[in-house]
Design a protein around this ligand. Structure first.
Ligand code: FMN
Length: 421
C-alpha cells in the first residue's frame, strides 16, 4: 500500500513533496502556514486578497485608514465609482507582504501566492497587473491564478523579466475552462507550469453553479488528464477539493496527478490565520451546518458554515476603506442589495436593525474573519484531533497535518500527541 511520500512533484530537475496547501484569503493561509509547507518540502500559498488590510495588521502600515480618510466624503453615497486604489500603494503593499514572507523561507519547498481575478477593485486590469508584477518583483516562487477565468493574465505579466522563470499555474473546474485558457494565452508562448483542478467540495468560491453536487472531482480530473495526454502536453495536474486523507491523495497520484492541493484540514492548525475561537467553530460544525450559498457579491457560489456572522448581516458597505469587489464601473452586488433593503424599510433608524440576506459585505466580513468559508468535509475535522478537558478541541500544528497527509495509509488519520497548553 502506497503513501503520498512514495510520489514526488517534478518541476524540471527539482522534486517536491506532492502536497500543496491552497491559498485562503484573507490571511487565513498566513505566511507562517505557507512557510511550514515550504520547510517540509511541499508548496504553501499566501494570498494577496485585501493585501493592504493584511499589511496594516502584520506590518503596521496605515493603508486602510488613509484610504478611508481620502474617500470619507463618499461614505453615504450609494454610488461608489469614485473609490479608487492607489496603484503605487497597492504595489508597495504586495511587495511588502511577499518580500517579508520570502525572507523567512527555509527548506526545499516553495511559496506561491494565490491571486484572485474576481477582486476587481474598480479597475480590474490595472490593479491585477500591479498585483502580479509586484509579487514577481518581490521574488515569489510562483503565482496561482484563481477565482476567475484569467484569460488575459499571462499577457499582463508578459513584459516582466521573471515571466518565464516563476512558476505560473491556473485553477480550473472543467476541461473546457482549461482549453479556453490555453487558447487565449497561447500568444504569449508560455504554458502554465501546473493546473489545479478544483472540484465541487472545495472551500471558498466554487467554479460551479448551484448544481455543484452533480459534479465530481475524479471525473473532471480524468477528463483533464486524458485531454492533456491527447494534446501531448506534460503539465502537472493538481486536484483539489475534498481530499481529506493521505489515501484520498494517493488515489489521485496513482491516476497520474502531479500533486494534490488541500486546505480544509489546515484551517484548524496553529499557523492558520483564523482566530482560535473561529477554529473551534470549524471543529464543531456538523454536516448539516455546511452550506453552499449565493451571498458572495462575486457571483460565484461559496461554501460556508451556516452560523457565520456574515450571513444575513446588514452591515453598512465599507467600500471607502476596502472596495476590493467593486467592478469596473464601481458597482458591488452587496451595495445594491443593501440599498434595496434600506429603500424597502424607510422607517429604520439603526443600521443594526437591518438584515440583508441576498448578498454579504464580503470585504468587511472576510477581513474580520466573520465569513466562515470552508470545505465540504469541515464536519470531519473533529475526528482529526483530541478533545481537551475543557471540552474544546486541541489545535493541530501544520507540520502534524502535513506529515499525516504525507505518510498515512489505509485512510487513517493520526491524532496529535495530547497537548494541554
Ligand atoms: C477557508 C478557506 C478559504 C479559501 N480561500 C480561497 C481563496 O482565497 N482563493 C482560492 O483560490 N481558493 C480558496 N480556497 C480553496 C482552497 O485553496 C483549496 O483549493 C480547496 O479548499 C481544497 O479543498 P479542501 O479544502 O477540501 O482540502 C479556500 C478554502 C478554504 C477552506
Amino acid at each position: 500500500m502506497k503513501c503520498v511520500d512514495d510520489f514526488r512533484l517534478k518541476f524540471g530537475d527539482r522534486e517536491y513533496v506532492p502536497i500543496m496547501i491552497g491559498g485562503m484569503g484573507v490571511d487565513i493561509s498566513t505566511a507562517d502556514l505557507a512557510l511550514e509547507a515550504c520547510r517540509l518540502g511541499g508548496i504553501g500559498h499566501i494570498s494577496d486578497a485585501m493585501v493592504k488590510t493584511v499589511t496594516d495588521r502584520r506590518y503596521q502600515t496605515k493603508y486602510v485608514k488613509e484610504k478611508l480618510a481620502k474617500y470619507k466624503f463618499n461614505v453615504n453615497n450609494p454610488d461608489k465609482s469614485v473609490v479608487q486604489f492607489d496603484l503605487d500603494q497597492l504595489a508597495d503593499a504586495t511587495r511588502m507582504h511577499v518580500e517579508s514572507t520570502m525572507k523567512r523561507k527555509t527548506g526545499d519547498g516553495m511559496v506561491f501566492v494565490n491571486v484572485m481575478e474576481k477582486l476587481t477593485m474598480n479597475a480590474p486590469k490595472e490593479t491585477l497587473r500591479v498585483r502580479l508584477h509586484a509579487a514577481l518583483d518581490a521574488g515569489i516562487d510562483g503565482i496561482t491564478l484563481a477565482a476567475g477565468l484569467h484569460l488575459g493574465s499571462f499577457a499582463l505579466m508578459e513584459d516582466h523579466p521573471r515571466f518565464r522563470d516563476a512558476k505560473l499555474g491556473i485553477i480550473v473546474s472543467s476541461v473546457r475552462a482549461l482549453q479556453l485558457f490555453l487558447k487565449k494565452s497561447s500568444r504569449t508562448g508560455r504554458l502554465p507550469d501546473y493546473v489545479v483542478v478544483e472540484g465541487p467540495l472545495a472551500g471558498g468560491h466554487l467554479g460551479f453553479g448551484m448544481d455543484w453536487a452533480e459534479y465530481d472531482l475524479e471525473t473532471i480530473v480524468k477528463e483533464v488528464l486524458e485531454w492533456l495526454k491527447a494534446e501531448n502536453l506534460a503539465i502537472p495536474v493538481i486536484p483539489a477539493g475534498g481530499i481529506f486523507t493521505g489515501s484520498d491523495a494517493v488515489k489521485f497520484l496513482e491516476m497520474g496527478c502531479g500533486a494534490v492541493q488541500v486546505a480544509t484540514r489546515f484551517t484548524v492548525t496553529k499557523e492558520c490565520g483564523l482566530p482560535d475561537k473561529v477554529k473551534q467553530e470549524y471543529f464543531k460544525a456538523s454536516e448539516d451546518q455546511i452550506e453552499v450559498n449565493e451571498i458572495s457579491p462575486t457571483g460565484y457560489p461559496m461554501r460556508m458554515i451556516t452560523s457565520s456572522p456574515a450571513i444575513g448581516s446588514g452591515l453598512k458597505p465599507n467600500c471607502e476603506a476596502y472596495g476590493y469587489l467593486l467592478d469596473a464601473k464601481g458597482n458591488c452586488a452587496y451595495v445594491t442589495a443593501y440599498n434595496k433593503v434600506l429603500a424597502d424599510n424607510p422607517g429604520v433608524k439603526k443600521i443594526s436593525e437591518i438584515h440583508v440576506y441576498e448578498k454579504t459585505c464580503l470585504c468587511t466580513h472576510m477581513r474580520n474573519f466573520d465569513c466562515w468559508t470552508c470545505g465540504h468535509y469541515t464536519y470531519r475535522l473533529k475526528d482529526t484531533t483530541n478533545v481537551l478537558p475543557d471540552g474544546s478541541y486541541q489545535l493541530l500544528t501544520a507540520e502534524h497535518v502535513f506529515r499525516d497527509y504525507q505518510f498515512s495509509k489505509g485512510n487513517t488519520i493520526a491524532l496529535p500527541p495530547v497537548d494541554n497548553d
